[in-house]
Ligand binder design. Structure first.
Ligand code: TTP
Ligand code: MG
Length: 363
């Protein structure tokens, strides 16, 4: 017996050559030129990589992640620009503000992409195209930026569809066309199938998603564990995952009340280590990086104090939490005993896969 799962209408929106499009918008004389955003090429001797390239620069074979020295060789006359993350973040939040309005449920997944569940808003699946055109229109009018939109009955199909025609694309996959759409695409197009998985599949003679869909699920589980089963479902166009409204945490914090008040500095510092580890775990679980560490100290007479320190750049380093907390605590280690100790991390940023990559080479 099969049962009908809830029918969804999902949009996936991905901005076109985002960083370089923002640069071109800020400086229209760059329009139509090959623009490369990334590390300084230093006339071919630069280290570091390409963050993104305009579509004109892509014609020279330049792409994200490529060593900047190689990009320079491919097109020395391209306009090479440094990464201005602050600017892109600002634009990103305005872009997300525009998209959010159109959704029943909204999920931002990176600086320049988001899922919109519009199942309730759009009654007839086909009409979603009109909604997508409206979004594109507003995006261009307000931000002078183009995006590519994929429409599908689930997140995976929408995501693959948004990448199908770029830039300024619009691809709607009707539910009964999902299998046909997937069948001729290379396995690498499935989200989560990276180089390693692709290599193993290719060695088995599996090149496209249609072939993958026919492989026995058990065989994939044998090869890849749980992930194998998910691949099996995705290859068959099945993805039940929901568009999740991610409520941003403002801070993460932990505190401990001592069994017995104490002013023993070794004990207090050990407790700081312990709370730091807990709060650090919460931080990682949420996928955050932080800039501010605060401590809360309640003394034996219930007098309560907080102290905070903000550092220059985002981090997720446990040792930074420990060190700052211990420094802040110093002034409270004295005669009066301490009853409660707490640590809070705030000024949080979410790190998604793309940003994780960016953090690595911008810092
Ligand atoms: P993408 O959406 O992957 O790329 P893009 O927007 O530049 O181009 P398109 O979507 O039209 O193919 O990534 C969004 C931004 O994230 C991109 O503009 C720069 C940044 N980024 C990196 O810094 N390094 C990377 O390796 C990738 C893939 C993206
Ligand atoms: Mg993009």
């Amino acid at each position: 017996m099969s049962f009908q799962t809830q029918r969804r209408t999902i949009l996936h929106i991905d901005m076109d050559s985002f960083f370089s499009a923002v640069e071109v918008r800020e400086n229209p004389s760059l329009k139509g030129l090959p623009v490369v955003v990334g590390a300084d090429p230093k006339e071919g001797k630069g280290r570091g990589v390409v963050s993104t390239a305009s579509y004109e620069a892509r014609e020279y074979g330049i792409h994200s992640g490529m060593p900047i020295s190689r990009a320079y060789k491919l097109c020395p006359d391209a306009k090479f620009l440094p990464v201005n993350m602050l600017l892109y973040r600002k634009v990103s939040s305005r872009v997300m503000g525009i998209l959010r309005k159109y959704a029943d449920k909204f999920q931002q997944v990176s600086v320049d992409e988001a899922y919109l569940d519009v199942s309730r808003k759009v009654r007839r699946y086909k009409n979603t195209e009109d909604l997508a055109l409206e979004i594109k229109k507003e995006m261009y009018e307000k931000e002078k930026l183009t995006c590519s939109i994929g429409i599908g009955p689930n997140k995976t199909i929408a995501k693959i569809a948004s990448d199908f025609k770029k830039p300024d694309g619009l691809t709607l996959i009707e539910p009964h066309k999902v299998k046909e759409f997937l069948s001729s695409l290379p396995v690498r197009k499935l989200p989560g199938v990276g180089k390693k998985t692709e290599k193993i599949l290719n060695e088995m003679g599996i090149e496209n998603i249609g072939q993958l869909a026919k492989i026995d699920a058990q065989r994939l589980v044998g090869l890849f564990g749980k992930w194998g089963y998910r691949i099996h479902l995705l290859a068959n166009g099945i993805d039940e995952s929901e568009v999740r409204e991610v409520r941003e945490a403002k801070s993460v914090s932990r505190q401990i009340t001592f069994e017995e008040d104490t002013n023993d500095s070794a004990r207090l510092n050990r407790t700081i280590d312990h709370i730091s580890e807990k709060v650090h775990k919460d931080l990682l679980r949420g996928g955050y990086i932080f800039k501010t560490v605060s401590i809360r100290v309640r003394l034996e007479d219930f007098e309560t104090h907080t102290r905070a320190k903000t550092i220059d750049s985002f981090t997720k380093d446990l040792n930074v939490i420990k060190k700052i907390s211990k420094d802040l605590l110093k002034e409270f280690i004295g005669e009066k005993k301490i009853r409660l100790l707490g640590i809070r991390l705030s000024n949080l940023e979410k790190i998604d896969e793309k940003q994780r990559f960016i953090e690595e080479f911008v810092s």
